[in-house]
Design a protein. Structure first.
Lengths: 193, 162
């Protein structure tokens, strides 16, 4: 299926149609970014809002309700005891196959999981993809089903960070936080949840 | 949250595209170590804070000229930008969170390092005389890692000193 189906350049297309397609693709892409923010700021409510009610997820051995995964299984679950200090999801390569009110969306991510190990801090890298079925329901685009594909991974012991190499006082830097104490909420008036 | 009532979906679509381009231009100006180009992308006199540095964009540009852009220990740098989440406060003002994956080459006491920093920018952007500019920037450091560069690395000079 061509990703440009419906927008062939040699066929006249109404301006309204073009705008509707661009707008849908923009809103779908924003869902991906909001879902990344929700994980990285440990914001369960925001994560839930990225899905429609009844949505499902296939994620690292879990298959079932996306809401159940987020609330009870994932690393942002309030019940999680995983020694995670930080998450970071960098999204790219968004390809959207749009069919009216439904879309098949592939996106790439480079994710970091920072965790405390017995022998010191560990940075685990995961390169993967999200295969999302999204739908426009009740006036918004959101995920109906997400499959997370793990393409590669590597773990390294924490190494000397930039600020230490160049002699900056880390305590004076604006550091990201895995929760509601992140500068996102203190530096700028961004609403959580 | 989301698009303000005063902003039509079409206006917002165009503005988001322009704001993403602004972030990419800002990254390119840094990667070119062009302090003058950096200043042209910000509102004159506006705030730029990294926590450790907190001042006007003109002061930050001067800090870069005096330090990073004239000190041989700072080599190539490249900023890859993504995840721009944009909220409008009206047709002329937006709050933007974006992610960056930064590469830095450092040359320290004869030892070279490849360094990565993962972080975010929180920008308040304003449209002035038809152009989006950064009206306040906060730079957040999420993580960093480094590797000493093996001097036998092929083509290492190419990555080294720019």
């Amino acid at each position: 299926m061509s990703i440009n189906e419906g927008t062939r350049l040699d066929e006249p297309v109404g301006e309204h149609e073009v705008l509707a397609e661009l707008l849908a693709k923009q809103q779908i892409t924003e869902v991906l970014y909001q879902r990344a923010r929700a994980a990285d700021r440990r914001d369960v409510d925001l994560a839930l809002r990225c899905y429609h009610p009844g949505a499902t997820e296939d994620h690292e051995g879990f298959t079932g309700s996306a809401a159940d995964f987020i609330r009870n299984v994932s690393m942002i679950s309030p019940d999680s005891t995983a020694p995670v200090q930080g998450l970071w999801h960098f999204i790219s390569n968004v390809l959207i196959d749009l069919h009216g009110d439904q879309a098949e969306v592939e996106s790439y991510h480079i994710a970091l999981v920072e965790r405390r190990g017995d022998d010191g801090d560990v940075q685990s890298w995961i390169g993967g993809r999200y295969l999302d079925t999204m739908a426009h329901l009740d006036g918004r685009w959101a995920i109906m089903h997400r499959t997370v594909v793990f393409d590669w991974s590597r773990s390294d012991p924490a190494s000397t960070p930039y600020w230490e190499l160049v002699g900056l006082d880390e305590s004076k830097l604006l550091r990201g936080r895995f929760g509601d104490d992140d500068p996102l909420y203190t530096q700028t008036p961004v609403t959580r949840g | 949250m989301g698009v303000d009532d005063q902003v039509t979906p079409t206006e917002a679509l165009l503005a988001r595209r322009q704001l993403e381009q602004l972030l990419i231009e800002r990254g390119r100006a840094a990667d070119a170590k062009d302090a003058d180009a950096i200043v042209t992308l910000h509102v004159p006199g506006s705030r730029d804070t990294h926590g450790i540095f907190d001042g006007t964009i003109e002061e930050f540009a001067e800090y870069l000229r005096q330090n990073h852009y004239s000190n041989g220990r700072y080599g190539t740098q490249r900023h890859t930008i993504s995840n721009a989440v944009i909220e409008f406060d009206g047709p002329l003002r937006a709050r933007v969170e974006s992610y960056h994956l930064a590469y830095h080459r450092l040359v320290l006491d004869g030892q070279n390092f490849d360094v990565q920093i993962g972080g975010r920018y929180f920008d308040v952007c304003e449209k002035q005389t038809g152009k989006w500019l950064i009206a306040e920037r906060s730079v957040i450091y999420d993580w960093s890692r480094s590797w000493p560069v093996d001097p036998r690395t092929p083509d290492d000079e190419r990555a080294g000193h720019r």
